[in-house]
Design a protein around this ligand. Sequence first.
Ligand code: HEM
Length: 221
Amino acid sequence: MILNESLRLYPPIVATIRRAKSDVELGGYKIPCGTELLIPIIAVHHDQAIWGNDVNEFNPDRFANGVPRAAKHPLGMILNESLRLYPPIVATIRRAKSDVELGGYKIPCGTELLIPIIAVHHDQAIWGNDVNEFNPDRFANGVPRAAKHPVGFIPFGLGARTCIGQNLAILQAKLTLAIMIQRFTFNLAPTYQHAPTVLMLLYPQHGAPITFRKLNSCEDR
Ligand code: HEM
């Protein structure tokens, strides 16, 4: 985390170059084949819109949830809010290795404790009155500050046995969504019925039919 934060503030290589291999559209701009693009690494690392108000401060904690979730990218906030409302794994289990006291309760050695991830994510005391609303903005100041409790958000579990694939999962989801929104607009189909249910994992009982429209069709121009 300390190294990442140092590399963010002071990247030894401040820019890099890419040449377009074909005509391409990027952020609304038409880039002709052969154009050389300068990627201003240091400017991206100091962009307040991406990193938040403390962009110029040395704060290794922003990497506490891995590199893909360090920057305050709207896609990351949307994914986090989706994982909060609909955590695919709704609960996890821990077994006490010794007698322990937890929140005022004496837990004897060997006791199995169920951690109800989905209940924690829907706890009004932790998330506030809009707990059941889809509000990605609650992650605008990073994961630890999204809820009233610093570990109120645990879609990947917590501690030594936390999910080892979480960074890969987030990266894949971001890439998939980024590729999709470059090429399509999409809406829930009128036949969609909101019925999340659990069968090992949380999933939409009647599926999630989506209508896609290709962005470069004549209708969209
Ligand atoms: C959105 C996607 C995913 C979610 C929500 C998820 C969630 C979880 C959760 C809740 C746990 C239990 C953690 C705990 O008890 O503290 C877990 C464990 C684990 N996950 Fe994931 N996971 C996801 C994707 C992945 C991927 C892509 C991989 C592998 C490439 C992966 C590999 C593992 C492994 C190996 C464990 C067991 C870790 C251990 O017991 O030490 N997961 N995951």
